[in-house]
Design a protein around this ligand. Structure first.
Ligand code: SF4
Length: 332
């Protein structure tokens, strides 16, 4: 049995984020420019067999959970084929998908039949005009159709990821939570992170988790921290005291969770990253396409984990250097 993937800070890595494309069918301003987006040439995007091979090698090293991300993963043709391979891979305990939901309704059945159950759907607002303002696309109705289809088919858990940009979505915080309470869906509020392609990020635009908690308590009712959450899960979980609904916070800026990080990431063009904010990355595509044996790829994964830093440096003032890739080219 190979040694588990443990870094120099004694963090066990068993969670792989697998980006299947950098393309997306919407244009969230805090992620992508509206026009002239630079995508990697299609030939540079890993083929499903290459992703599957990499995943198998990582699973042999102890990875148990795989999250499929993008860009927007559902723009990748026949994604359900790869999803089934991952779900049926020996050693894999959980496969999840992060999507913007625009293409979910037409693909939900094939994904469900492929064995997928866990969904995170990115949705910042239920307001049509603000949705278009944020994404530069008038697609809210299709996202809601996607949520309906997923619930109808029996996907679960379904969570909604809402990026909380200050000065823009304050009026959406409570309506989203109400929506979640009605639908039995957890709303995850994500603090705005410096990962956008145009360097728009500024600390003053981060709606902090504690501010959102106050809004929810005032707008709906008291919340209590969920006892004994999984310490390695990134979200801070709270349950409404009236028993109707739960919300989570990905508070990367105000309450970083790097000390418990268990994630490595493979970009769609085959770069291995030990952190969302990593400056350095290691090419795996050359190994996958160059006939390298599994052991050489396994050693590359081990070396990447050994090289992992303590965590992002967003709160380290001048030390913080934004990663050389924007969010859509890394994957959530
Ligand atoms: S910022 Fe990096 S180290 Fe911190 S939790 Fe995210 S991926 Fe892990």
């Amino acid at each position: 049995m190979p040694a588990p993937l443990i870094d120099n800070y004694q963090r066990l890595h068993d969670n792989l984020r697998l980006s299947v494309t950098d393309r997306c069918n919407i244009r969230c301003f805090y992620c992508m420019p509206e026009k002239d987006v630079e995508f990697v040439p299609r030939a540079e995007i890993l083929r499903f067999e290459e992703m599957e091979r990499f995943a198998r090698i990582a699973v042999d090293l102890g990875v148990k959970k795989i999250r499929v991300t993008g860009g927007e993963p559902l723009v990748r043709k026949d994604l359900h084929i790869l999803v089934r391979k991952l779900v049926e891979m020996p050693g894999v305990e959980d496969v999840a998908l992060t999507t913007n939901g625009v293409l979910l309704a037409p693909q939900a059945e094939a994904l469900y039949d492929a064995g997928l159950r866990r969904l995170n759907i990115h949705l910042d607002t239920l307001d049509r005009a603000r949705f278009e303002e944020i994404t530069r696309r008038d697609e809210l109705h299709r996202v809601l159709e996607g949520i309906d289809a997923a619930q109808r088919l029996g996907f679960g858990p379904i969570k909604i990821n809402a990026v909380a940009v200050k000065g823009l979505v304050e009026q959406d915080i409570v309506p989203l939570a109400q929506f979640g309470r009605e639908r039995g869906i957890e709303i995850r509020y994500i603090e705005f992170m410096p990962l956008d392609a145009q360097n728009l990020w500024d600390r003053s635009r981060v709606l902090l988790a504690e501010n959102i908690l106050t809004m929810l308590a005032e707008g709906i009712g008291p919340l209590d921290p969920v006892p004994d959450p999984d310490p390695r899960a990134p979200a801070l979980e709270y349950r409404f005291r009236d028993g109707r609904g739960q919300v989570g916070f990905i508070a990367s800026v105000s309450r970083p969770f790097c000390l418990n990080c268990n994630r490595i990431r493979l970009t769609a063009d085959g770069k291995l990253r030990y952190c969302l904010f990593a400056i350095e990355e290691t090419d795996v595509k050359g190994l996958l396409r160059g006939g390298a044996p599994d052991e050489e790829i396994a050693e590359t994964i081990r070396a990447t984990v050994r090289a992992k830093w303590l965590g992002h440096e967003i709160n380290q003032g001048e030390r913080f250097v934004p990663p050389p890739r924007p969010m859509y080219a890394i994957g959530g």
